[in-house]
Design a protein around this ligand. Structure first.
Ligand SMILES: NC(=O)c1ccc[n+]([C@@H]2O[C@H](COP(=O)([O-])OP(=O)(O)OC[C@H]3O[C@@H](n4cnc5c(N)ncnc54)[C@H](OP(=O)(O)O)[C@@H]3O)[C@@H](O)[C@H]2O)c1
Length: 174
């Protein structure tokens, strides 16, 4: 039995790490979980409602996955990479690659799902973000973190019915 009303979640980057753990936990709680990964074979052992291919850097892949998933209540975007370097040392090609994955990739997912959420007047969008845990990592991770922090600004300045979820302390996430 779900511990809260049964919701449909779609999780990007569910092949391993935090995304896989979230998929397992929400399925255990009785929610409809749509797990996605670049290679859906990596999801074969996940006991979820649906397993789909989704690469956040690829328009066609994102569109196809959301068409197959149907209406979703909660979207969790996991894919992100970090690059340890001071601001003046990060190669710009690497920074462009990070922004393409961490920023534009998450935005591509948002653009695929927000229209249906706005039409229904509800929904939750969570972009996992990395945060430095010390002054040293802050120095080396500042640009990597910036590539995800766009969502903090977006949530503050966009008057959505659809809410960006900054943390797990919300009824949908319990
Ligand atoms: N680990 C931590 O301590 C921590 C702390 C705070 C925040 N976070 C954030 O939480 C998120 C997940 O972290 P994690 O440690 O679980 O990461 P992870 O183990 O590296 O997993 C990342 C996931 O993203 C997928 N992925 C990578 N590129 C993708 C793409 N182009 N399209 C779709 N999926 C893609 C990977 O799948 P494949 O490579 O199998 O395709 C994998 O499933 C990240 O945003 C991270 O910044 C992590």
């Amino acid at each position: 039995m779900p511990t809260s009303p049964r919701r449909t979640l779609i999780i990007t980057g569910a092949s391993r790490g935090i995304g896989r753990a979230i998929a397992e936990e929400f399925a255990r709680r009785g929610h409809r979980v749509v797990a996605t990964a670049r290679d859906p074979r990596s999801l074969a052992d996940l006991d979820v409602s649906q397993r789909l291919a989704l690469d956040v850097t690829d328009d066609a892949s994102v569109t196809a996955a959301f068409a197959a998933a149907g209406d979703v209540d909660i979207v969790i975007v996991n894919p992100a990479e970090i690059f340890y370097a001071a601001v003046e040392a990060i190669p710009l090609t690497e920074l462009q690659r990070l922004f393409n994955l961490n920023t534009v990739g998450a935005l591509r997912v948002a653009q695929a799902v927000l229209p249906q959420m706005r039409a229904r007047g509800e929904g939750k969008f969570r972009r996992q973000i990395q945060q430095p845990d010390s002054a040293t990592t802050a120095n080396l991770l500042s640009l990597s973190c910036t590539s995800s922090f766009i969502w903090s600004g977006t949530s503050i300045y966009t008057p959505w019915h659809v809410r960006y979820v900054p943390n797990w302390n919300t009824p949908y996430m319990r």
